[in-house]
Design a protein around this ligand. Structure first.
Ligand code: P6P
Length: 342
């Protein structure tokens, strides 16, 4: 009986390692390097979770006084997350180059380590301005295969590939629980950290954006700065009913949290361009692109209001973009309103 109980129980416990290994079956050419890279990122997620849990105690909240390339105050946790992801990945021989929101230029792999075949772009702790208010924050990552010659240092061109070239993407959301959500192009899968055993366990297998939208998510404080098309689209959403009830508005102001809710509950998140931010605020390479790759693998879509996010050819590491992401129909409606009304 015990064995039967055990086998039933073992089916219920899918660690991230087991799941990524099982996913590897879909990639016959896989050498296991991508699996190990994803596992490294899960480890970084555990370490950041631990650092955040100690933040209140270790008084590492508050600002370092430094200013990052975005001209923003750098929170100490920002630096810790950035350093953690770097140190987990710099020596593994899996990466040719890295790029981070916290670094103006690409981050080379130290010469003493052989360069690998993958490229990692990441936002180490997005939404960090919310840390002091204990609102959720997140890590976002995008993984590509290098395009520069093997056994040479990775290049900026490796980091400026269009999103449709991505081989994997994911995010880690540090909220009431820590969740690791990733895709390698074979569906989107979510894992919840069980701190008592220090493992991410499968909790959301094959996430699909619900057909019925529940929330729209935008900072309506900027309404007067938007173009007429965006204003009319927002008013359209406010008058929309979904299964005889209007859809609600939710906005945390932390991209990963707002996107995660959109992915699970259905709806649309958008950060439009506006008169004060004509290029938008969010970053293409390590925010919009990975989330767009995830959204499309969950049956959704992501646009800059005019074209598919994953088709945009980046021309600089930190370039900004407008972002409309979530249910395909709603994102397409946003494009229609912008095309019709400007
Ligand atoms: P606003 C956080 O600072 C961030 O970069 C994203 O996480 C979030 O979606 C956005 O900015 C919020 O910006 O202008 O609404 O405060």
């Amino acid at each position: 009986m015990a064995s039967a109980a055990f086998s039933a129980k073992s089916d219920a416990i899918v660690t991230i390692e087991r799941h990524i290994l099982e996913q590897q079956r879909f990639h016959p050419e896989a050498t296991g390097v991508l699996t190990s890279l994803l596992y490294d990122l899960a480890l970084a997620g555990k370490m950041v979770t631990s650092q955040m849990a100690r933040a209140g105690l270790a008084q590492i909240l508050g600002k370092t006084g430094d200013i990052n390339v975005q001209g923003e105050q750098v929170m100490k946790l920002d630096e810790l997350a950035d350093e953690t992801i770097y140190l987990v990945n710099d020596h593994t021989g899996r990466l040719a180059v890295m790029a981070s929101e916290e670094h103006k230029e690409i981050i080379p792999i130290p010469e003493r380590f052989s360069p690998g075949k993958y490229v990692l772009l990441f936002d180490p702790l997005d939404g960090s301005s919310n840390i002091d208010y204990n609102a959720g924050v997140g890590t976002i990552f995008a993984i590509y295969q290098r395009v520069s010659p093997e056994n040479t240092p990775g290049t900026m061109q490796d980091c400026l590939q269009p999103g449709h070239k991505m081989v994997a993407a994911g995010y880690i959301v540090y909220g009431a629980a820590t969740m690791f959500v990733y895709t390698t192009g074979q569906g989107v899968h979510g894992f919840t950290l069980d701190p008592s055993i220090g493992e991410f366990l499968l909790s959301h297998d094959n996430i699909r954006i619900p057909a019925q939208p529940t929330y729209y998510s935008v900072n309506q404080g900027y309404f007067t700065r938007w173009s007429p098309g965006v204003q009319k689209f927002t008013q359209h959403l406010q008058n929309m009913t979904s299964e005889t009830k209007t859809i609600s508005m939710r906005y945390v102001g932390s991209l990963v949290v707002d996107f995660h809710r959109t992915l699970l509950a259905g709806g649309i998140f958008y950060y439009p361009a506006d008169v004060s931010k004509p290029e938008g605020k969010l970053r293409l390479t390590y925010e919009a692109n990975p989330l767009a790759f995830i959204a499309e693998n969950a049956g959704g879509y992501a646009s800059n209001g005019h074209e598919r996010i994953l088709d945009i050819i980046p021309n600089s590491l930190h370039q900004r973009t407008a972002l409309y992401i979530g249910n395909r129909e709603l994102v397409k409606e946003a494009e229609d309103y912008i095309q019709k009304f400007g």
